[in-house]
Design a protein. Structure first.
Ligand code: SAM
Length: 286
């Protein structure tokens, strides 16, 4: 059994836009700890000044996280209390801090998390796409090939998916979602949540892209993308007429072409039909 220490690391979420979203407990902790560890000193100073809090700040970002974690562990071992904050939202959620937390657990140092703002969960709560199971994917990869590979691997993900995205890539990413996942998949864009120009808008992927392209301001600022999960076509839901058309076409064309023509004749989603037929390939389709 490791020795245990009296130092405590508090994980303190901060507002993602509206400063009134800070909790009174967060303010008490920020006021009373020995050290606040911030991702950006300038940014956190603005927050502290707003709430009239004076305290010592130490910088920890992705560049110095390893070195700084060792130094902070020494402080915690001495019995100091530390609050970890990021620029906005919950620390560690696509922000630095995980290494420090891991080390705290290793050295048996108490870690106390505070609940509070997080863009992913706030966006999800308003998306109308929540069905009790979701997955958080963080930022979509910036390289097109990596992004497309990831999206393709998620095309049959049944849970609601949450992504962070930059305003510079949003149009490209929605286009990739259309190509790799499904042009008809429902997507919600939650932008500038809790801020003055907050907006939440959802539609099927192609219509959403069209809508975004109409006005530049519609994709300005900070963005969360929520994608509805994949819905499997159940056997009983597929019309026998659709299957019949497919089977006739299949005698003359490739599998893919038959799916495409069938989906156009019967006005059904080609990806869903494709997935259904692939799943049932072993029985009656071939
Ligand atoms: N730790 C933060 C959290 O708990 O949400 C996330 C940090 S991550 C570096 C920043 C990304 O979160 C932004 O690029 C954006 O995708 C999303 N985000 C942060 N604030 C937001 C807001 N007010 N509205 C929409 N998205 C936001």
């Amino acid at each position: 059994m490791n020795e245990s220490y009296i130092g405590i690391l508090y994980i303190v979420p901060t507002p993602i836009g509206n400063l009134s979203d800070i909790t009174s407990r967060a303010l008490i902790i920020l006021k009373n700890v020995n050290i606040i560890v911030a991702e950006n000193i300038y940014h956190t100073n603005i927050l502290l000044q707003h709430f009239n809090i004076k305290n010592s700040l130490i910088l920890m970002n992705k560049d110095n996280e390893k070195k700084q974690s060792d130094h902070l562990i020494d402080k915690l071992k001495e019995g100091q209390t530390i609050a970890l904050v990021s620029n906005a939202g919950t620390p560690v959620i696509n922000d630095p801090g995980n290494l420090l937390i891991k080390k705290c657990h290793f050295f048996n140092i108490q870690v106390i998390p505070l609940p509070g703002p997080c863009a992913a969960i706030t966006a999800l709560s308003a998306s109308g796409l929540m069905k009790n199971r979701f997955c958080y994917e963080g930022f979509l990869p910036s390289k097109k090939k990596n992004r497309c590979d990831l999206l393709y691997s998620l095309r049959e993900e049944t849970r609601t998916m949450i992504f962070y995205e930059s305003k510079y890539r949003i149009l490209e990413s929605i286009q990739d979602i259309i190509e790799q996942i499904d042009e008809n998949r429902h997507i919600v864009i939650a932008r500038e949540i809790t801020k003055k120009w907050e907006s939440i808008y959802g539609d099927k992927a192609t219509s959403l892209l069209q809508w975004l392209k109409e006005e530049k301001y519609r994709y300005k600022g900070e963005i969360v993308i929520i994608i509805d999960g994949f819905k499997q076509i159940k056997n009983k839901n597929i019309d026998q007429k659709i299957l019949h058309t497919f089977l006739i076409l299949k005698k003359f064309c490739s599998f893919k072409t038959s799916v495409l023509i069938t989906s156009q004749i019967h006005k059904v989603n080609k990806n869903n039909l494709y997935q259904y037929l692939i799943k049932n390939k072993s029985d009656k389709i071939n």
